[in-house]
Design a protein around this ligand. Structure first.
Ligand code: SAM
Length: 236
């Protein structure tokens, strides 16, 4: 049973996701009470990928969202460094390159793509797990075409402080408890609540995106701010 700590050592993070890959999508539905489907739909709308475009779905995991980006004809590269997560997804889709989605193993801190490859890049619930967020934001910028866009979906903070504290305390108790019933790795879900509590709030993440070189940065809260969608553009 492997769990990552808040220093987010890449080996621990990848091993933790390898460990929970089989039940990952089921747990998302259970723990979010189905809200994850609403969040994913919001990401697809924000990415707005069209025919002829190439989209990078970074930290794609099992690729639950990846296929949705192909609906209007875009092609998607689903990239992750957990081979366990990628394999579960590829098995489910019937292959590593199916229905407009191609799976590529890679690290967010050293993306295996040339400069200015993608029309849009997106990362859902992945950035929080990367041990050098600013470097990942710069890598994402590097592989995005000038004029291209980024959409980040991540757990965030309810803007009303006392509510956020109550919510955080609830997560700390509930996540490992529920995970104990459904998975053999409650530690991974203790890490989830700890990493959410430790994650910067919406304005701070927006400033870090700007510092990495992203322009027109804005965000929108989902589920009262429990999740936030940040967007930006590469202008130069
Ligand atoms: C919570 S899952 C999110 C999966 C998927 N995006 C989703 O929305 O369900 C986080 C994913 O980030 C991946 N990840 C974390 N750090 C990474 C890195 N440095 N490079 C590539 N993938 C990474 C993990 O392997 C894991 O699959």
């Amino acid at each position: 049973m492997t769990r990552a700590e808040l220093d987010k050592q890449p080996r621990d993070v990848a091993a933790m996701f390898d460990d929970i890959a089989g039940r990952y999508d089921l747990m998302n539905d259970v723990l979010s009470l189905g809200q994850d489907r609403i969040w994913r739909r919001a990401v697809v709308n924000a990415v707005e990928a069209y025919s002829g475009e190439l989209v990078l779905d970074l930290a794609a995991g099992t690729g639950t969202s990846s296929e949705s980006f192909t609906v209007k004809g875009a092609r998607v590269i689903a990239c992750d460094f957990s081979l366990g997560m990628l394999q579960v997804g590829a098995r489910r889709r019937g292959g590593a390159s199916r229905r407009g989605v191609t799976v590529v193993a890679g690290d967010a801190l050293r993306l295996p793509f040339a400069d200015e490859t993608f029309d849009a890049v997106t990362i859902s619930f992945g950035l929080r797990n990367v041990n050098d967020v600013d470097r990942a934001l710069r890598e994402l910028l590097r592989v995005t075409k000038v004029g291209g866009r980024i959409v980040i979906c991540e757990f965030s903070h309810i803007p009303v402080r006392p509510l956020d504290r109550i919510y955080g305390a609830g997560l700390k108790v509930a996540l490992p408890l529920v995970a104990r019933c459904f998975t053999g790795n409650p530690g991974a879900y203790a890490y989830l609540s700890e990493s959410i509590a430790d994650w910067p709030n919406q304005p701070v993440l927006a400033r870090r995106m700007q510092a990495a070189g992203w322009s027109d940065v804005a965000w929108r809260n989902l589920t009262l701010g429990a999740v936030a969608l940040h967007r930006g553009r590469r202008l130069a």
